[in-house]
Structures are given as structure tokens and as C-alpha cells.
Design a protein around this ligand. Sequence first.
Ligand code: HEC
Length: 310
Amino acid sequence: MKIRTRFNLALLLVFVPGFVIGIWITHALLVNNAKTDVLANAGLMMETATSVRSYTVDHVSPRLRPLMQAEFLAETVPAFAAVETFARLQKSYPDYSYREATLNPTNLRNRATDWENYHIIRPFRAGTTSGATLEQLVGERVGNDGKRFLYIARPIRITNAACLACHSTPQAAPPALIKTYGDRHGFGWQQNEVVGAQIITVPFELAIQNAQRAVWAVSAVLLGLLASLFLVLNIMLDRVVIAPIRRVSQQSEQISLGNLDIPEFSERGAEEIVQLQSAFNRMRRSIQKAMRVVQPLPARRPLQTASEDA
Ligand code: HEC
């Protein structure tokens, strides 16, 4: 096998796995970073929803309660405040959503979808019954249009007996509430029951695309770097090793054919090659001398004369 082939095979053996592993690690890191960023956004939104809820409980509900004799004011309900706030946000950011998904809701727009029930509320409820309280679920979900989303969900657990004033039975609930929402749903909730979940959904597609774009850029740079290295090493190999060796072997070929008149090596190049060339030059001179001794010129000292002398 030629030197160049061996050398290039060794290079490829290092470059190809190096490239693949490098890109794989870069991809994993970038996608993971994108996920962390997006989830940080979602976490912030979840905290915002919780703040809107507690603001409503602390400041809005106490002020509005005296006005609720004839008509029920949904503005007093923390769930309503949070859902409405995020509905406004969604006008500018349509891919972001906030849900108070509930199995048996007072307001039917909050009814949990099959997906929400199966993937989020059920695990929370199962956690509650098994005693292992699950406080947060984080996951990925693919929308109907094939876009990827991340979600953060937290259980809505009835820990405050005051909730049951409106969510236990229609008889216990304020008449104004029944007038607005009816008496068919939103009741029968139990103390400590997980009735639903707060779910924040945020788009992941754009972050993934950006991460992938960055991976392409890194691949291109790395590939360019490896290709240049490959090229430079090949040119060097050719100039420094292969070409001088080829010249030495061509000379040897000529000398073996008896052609001793070719010029000597100039003894330039890499150290080892110069050593080889000077060794070769010396060997050639020795051969020339030896030849002169072995084969004296017939005109000056003919062979017959030599035998006569003897
Ligand atoms: C004064 C009555 C009242 C009390 C007390 C009350 N809620 Fe509600 N709750 C409502 C009404 C009315 C709605 C529907 C609001 C809307 O139109 O979105 C609601 C909605 C909700 C929702 C959204 C799902 C659904 O049923 O539409 C959740 C979750 C919820 N309440 C949880 C609680 C919790 C937890 C407590 C106790 C901390 C509580 N509620 C106390 C009246 C009440």
C-alpha cells in the first residue's frame, strides 16, 4: 500500500469518528440548552399565573365580594383571573398557552381534554392516592400541525376547605353562582382531591430550529477545518516525504542501470531527507571510485599489459 494511502486511511480513521462524535455532542448540548431556556420561560409563566391568582385572592376578591349579592362576579375567582390574563397574552404570543384543565369544571371552557386528562391529571391523581405527591410534570408534546411544544404542569389540589363553599354541592354554592353557571357541573369536589392541573405550554419548534441551525454552522466550520487539515497534510506529505523519496528511487534506478553521470542531490529539505540524500551521494561516490578501481580505462592500462607485467 502506498504511503499516501496509509497516511490518508489513518487520517480518516481519526477524522470521521471525531467529526461524528463532535457533532453529536454539540447537537445534544445545544438541544439541551434550548430545552432549558424554553422551560425557564415556561416556569416564569407558571409563577406569573400563580401571582395573578394570589393577587386576585388578596386584593380583588375581598373588594368585590360585597357587590356579589345579585350577580356572581367571575372577577373574584383566581382561576378566572389567570385564564383571562393569559388569553390576552396569547393574542400576541399565539403559541403560548395557559390552562386550568379540570375534570369537572364550573366554566366549561376549562374542561380537560382527553390528552390533558390522560397525560397530566391522571398521573397527579394517581400520585395523590399512592401517597407519593407529584408536584410538577414536565414534558414534550407534538401539536396537530406537527410542531413541538414543551409543557409544565402542576396539580390543582383542594387543600383549603373554603373552596368547597362553591365547588361541593349546588345547595352550598351562592345562588348567584348557580344563576350564572348552572348546577350541573363544577360540584362534588373533595378535600385533598386533585381536581385538575395548571398547564403552561410553550413552543419548542423555533428553539429546536435555532439549535439545529447552530449545529449546521458548527458542522460546516469543523468540516472546513478538517478538510483544510487533510489538504495541508497531504501537500506536506507529498513535498516533504514522497517527492524526495521518489527522486532517490529514480536515481537508484539510473545508477543500477550504470548511468553514473546524473547530477548529485542538492541536499535540501527535511533533516531526515537531507541525511538520506547525503548518504546516497556518499554511497554513489564510493561506487564511482570502486568502479574506477575495478574497471580501469582500457586505453591507459589495457588488460594484456597487466598480465604481461605479472
Ligand atoms: C365564591 C365561589 C368560589 C370559591 C370560594 C372558589 N371557586 Fe373556584 N371557581 C368558581 C367559579 C365561579 C369558577 C369559574 C370561573 C370562570 O368563569 O372561569 C371557578 C373556577 C375554578 C377553577 C377552574 C376550573 C373550573 O372549574 O372552571 C379552579 C381550578 C378552581 N375554581 C379552583 C378553586 C380552588 C382551588 C378554590 C379554593 C382555593 C376555589 N376554586 C374557590 C367559584 C369559586
